[in-house]
Design a protein around this ligand. Structure first.
Ligand SMILES: Nc1ncnc2c1ncn2[C@@H]1O[C@H](COP(=O)(O)OP(=O)(O)O)[C@@H](O)[C@H]1O
Ligand SMILES: [Mg+2]
Length: 342
C-alpha cells in the first residue's frame, strides 16, 4: 500500500451565491450548462488525486481551468465546498486553524508567479522572513537565510532590495524564501510564467537541480506542456475544473484519455518524452546488435546512434533483453500520429 503525502477526494470548489445550496441538493454531477444556469462557477469539480512523497507532480491546464484554486485547497488555504483533503493521511478539515497554520509554516513552502516579495525588505530580510514569523532567533534565521541564498546562487546580493533585481533573480529570492523553513511539500504556482523564455528554461533547470539535492515533494503548476514535460514525474491535465487525465508525459502522449489531452499533447516533442520502451520491437533470433540502450532512456538521447547504425540496438532493463530499436521503429513512433492529426 502506498501512502501518498497528499491526497484529495472528490474536491469541489463552487463560487456564487447559490453554491452551498447546489452542493446540499446533491447536484454536483450536473451538466456545466445547469451550473451556469444556477449562477454557479465550478472552479474545481470532483478532483481526486494522490501525490506520492518525493515526486514532482505537475498540475497543467489553461488559464481558468482551476489550477490555483486546487493548489489553495491542497495547501489548506481555502476549504473545499465539498470533498476531502488528506495531508499525511490526516483530514485537513479535522484540524484546528492553529494546527493548519503550523503545517503551512513548517511543512509547506510556496512560490507564486508574481514573486510576492516584501519591497521594503532586503534579499536577506525576505528569505529570513518565514523564520521570523516562526519566532526563531535572529542569528539562527540569518544563518539559515544565507545558506538558502547561496543555494539559489545569489551570494553577494543579500543587501539588495527586490526592485534592484531582475525578474529571474527576484524569483530566486522567492524560491530561497519558500525553502527557508525546510518544507516537505513545495508548491510552485506558475512560478516562471512572468519570465522570458531563456530565463524560464534556466529556472526550470534550477528546479531540477534543487530537486536532485533536496528531494522534496513538488506540486508545480503550469499552463505550458513543454515546461511540464521537462520537470514532471507525473502530470494532471485539468479542463474546466475537472481532471482530464493523470499520467507521465509519456503516457499522456501515447495514450491520451480524451480528445482534449490528445490535442494538448499533439505538438509535444515526442523524442524528448518517449522512451526506448515505447519504440521497441521483438528481438530477432541471433542477437547481433550495434549497441545497447536502457528501456527508460529517452529517444532523443540515442536517436542519432540508432540512425547511423546498420544493425538494431538492444533495449535492456535490469540486464534483461526486452527487444530492439531500429530506425524504422523510431520513425514510426516519432511521426506516429501525424496521419491522424491531419
Ligand atoms: N474567489 C473567486 N470567486 C469567484 N470565482 C473564482 C474565484 N477564484 C477563482 N474563480 C473562478 O474559478 C475558475 C478557476 O480559477 P483559477 O483556479 O484561478 O484558475 P487557473 O489558476 O487555472 O487560471 C475561474 O473561472 C475563476 O474565474
Ligand atoms: Mg492560476
Amino acid at each position: 500500500m502506498s501512502h501518498p503525502i497528499l491526497a484529495c477526494r472528490d474536491v469541489c470548489k463552487l463560487y456564487g451565491p447559490r453554491a452551498e445550496r447546489f452542493v446540499r441538493d446533491g447536484k454536483l454531477a450536473a451538466e456545466p450548462s445547469a451550473l451556469a444556469e444556477a449562477g454557479v462557477t465550478a472552479a474545481t469539480l470532483n478532483v481526486s488525486l494522490e501525490i506520492e512523497r518525493g515526486e514532482t507532480f505537475v498540475i497543467m491546464g489553461l488559464s481558468g481551468s482551476g489550477k490555483s484554486t486546487l493548489v489553495r485547497i491542497l495547501s489548506g488555504l481555502t476549504p473545499p465546498t465539498a470533498g476531502v483533503v488528506l495531508f499525511e493521511d490526516r483530514d485537513l478539515a479535522s484540524m484546528s486553524e492553529h494546527e493548519l497554520i503550523q503545517i503551512r509554516r513548517h511543512q509547506m513552502g510556496m512560490v507564486f508567479q508574481h514573486f510576492a516579495l516584501l519591497p521594503h525588505l532586503t534579499v536577506l530580510g525576505n528569505v529570513a522572513f518565514p523564520l521570523e514569523i516562526q519566532g526563531r532567533p535572529r542569528t539562527e534565521r540569518e544563518a539559515r537565510a544565507r545558506e538558502m541564498i547561496t543555494l539559489v546562487g545569489l551570494d553577494g546580493r543579500e543587501g539588495r532590495f527586490p526592485r534592484e533585481l531582475s525578474g529571474g533573480q527576484q524569483q530566486r529570492v522567492g524560491i530561497a524564501r519558500s525553502l527557508a523553513a525546510g518544507p516537505d511539500l513545495w508548491f510552485l504556482d506558475e512560478p516562471f510564467s512572468a519570465l522570458d523564455p531563456l530565463i524560464r528554461r534556466e529556472m526550470q533547470d534550477e528546479v531540477l537541480r534543487l530537486q536532485g539535492l533536496l528531494k522534496k515533494t513538488i506540486v508545480f503548476i503550469t499552463h505550458d506542456f513543454d515546461e511540464a514535460t521537462r520537470i514532471a514525474d507525473r502530470i494532471v491535465i485539468m479542463k474546466d475544473g475537472r481532471v482530464e487525465q493523470v499520467g507521465s508525459a509519456e503516457e499522456l502522449v501515447l495514450k491520451p484519455a480524451t480528445d482534449y489531452v490528445r490535442a494538448f499533447t499533439r505538438d509535444a516533442p515526442r523524442a524528448k518524452i518517449l522512451t526506448a520502451r515505447a519504440v521497441l520491437a521483438p528481438a530477432p533470433p541471433g542477437g547481433d546488435f550495434a549497441g545497447e540502450v536502457a528501456a527508460t532512456a529517452r529517444i532523443a538521447s540515442f536517436a542519432r546512434d540508432v540512425e547511423r547504425a546498420t544493425k538494431p540496438f538492444a533495449v535492456t532493463e535490469g540486464g534483461k533483453l526486452l527487444g530492439v530499436v531500429d530506425r524504422l521503429a523510431m520513425i514510426d513512433v516519432l511521426v506516429g500520429h501525424a496521419d491522424r492529426a491531419a
